[in-house]
Design a binder for this molecule. Structure first.
Ligand code: ZN
Length: 244
């Protein structure tokens, strides 16, 4: 399903990372009114939650036309996730890959929960579109990020809420290099002079992806430890983007 004129507003699942920030820019370029939703589930590193606030503030300051469209930011307390799963995101255990091929940070079905809560909020707020940065290309290990999962969930939510939501997944089939390129294009298509590079630099400087919460080491692609899987993916994407 593609957006139609009745898709006047969107709710973006926004974590403060590279992907969800690119999704937020996508939504701001595409929908007249945009709200954001984040989840606080006791992340070990509150830098993620701080990044959300800073990114929104920077988008407002640097892109006046998007400031007009950017509405409320919602933050839901999901401490229950810490009870569900022993995970490196919520406890002081080191990040590692499990025999299943999934990182031990993986919370089974987490995106199903996120999107169900997003739909409940969107219903209450009269918002027809939910935007999420799920992607099959780089992290095929996450079954709740797959396109089939999203399509099935869209059907389930629409049946279960007797509604007509569209789940918009702009990153589903692109890799991390193309995610940087998408950000550059979205910024470029804004009315801000030099907006392409400005948005890329905003994302590099202010978004947070590193699993270890490292905000000390600045690389061309942003802050991070440089060696966790999230940093490796982000760095590889940046190199691909810079290589053209
Ligand atoms: Zn890292």
């Amino acid at each position: 399903m593609s957006p139609t004129p009745q898709h006047t507003s969107a709710l973006v699942l926004f974590s403060g990372g590279q992907d969800s920030t690119t999704c937020l820019a996508h939504a701001l370029a595409r929908y007249p009114r945009v709200e954001t939703l984040g989840f606080d589930y006791g992340q070990r590193h509150s830098v993620e939650l701080q990044a959300r606030t800073v990114v929104i503030q920077q988008l407002r300051e640097q892109f006046p036309e998007w400031r007009e469209r950017l509405g409320e930011d919602h933050l839901f307390d999901l401490g229950v996730l810490g009870q569900v799963s022993e995970t490196s995101l919520t406890r002081d255990t080191a990040f590692k890959m499990e025999a299943s091929g999934l990182p031990n940070s993986f919370v089974p079905g987490r995106n199903l929960l996120f999107l169900t809560l997003a739909a409940a909020l969107a219903y209450r707020r009269g918002i027809p579109v939910i935007v999420t940065g799920v992607c099959e290309t780089d992290f095929s290990g996450y079954p709740d990020c797959r396109d089939d999962t999203m399509k099935a969930l869209q059907v389930a939510l629409n049946l279960g809420m007797d509604h007509r939501f569209l789940i918009d997944t702009p990153l589903m089939w692109i890799d991390k290099a193309d995610t940087w390129r998408l950000a550059e294009r979205l910024g470029h298509e804004s009315t801000v002079p030099g907006g392409g590079q400005a948005l890329v630099e905003l994302i590099a400087e202010h978004t947070h992806t590193c699993y270890l919460g490292d905000r000390e080491h600045r690389h061309a692609w942003g802050y991070g430890c440089g060696s966790c899987p999230a940093c490796e993916l982000r760095a590889k994407g940046w190199l691909g983007y810079r290589a053209g």
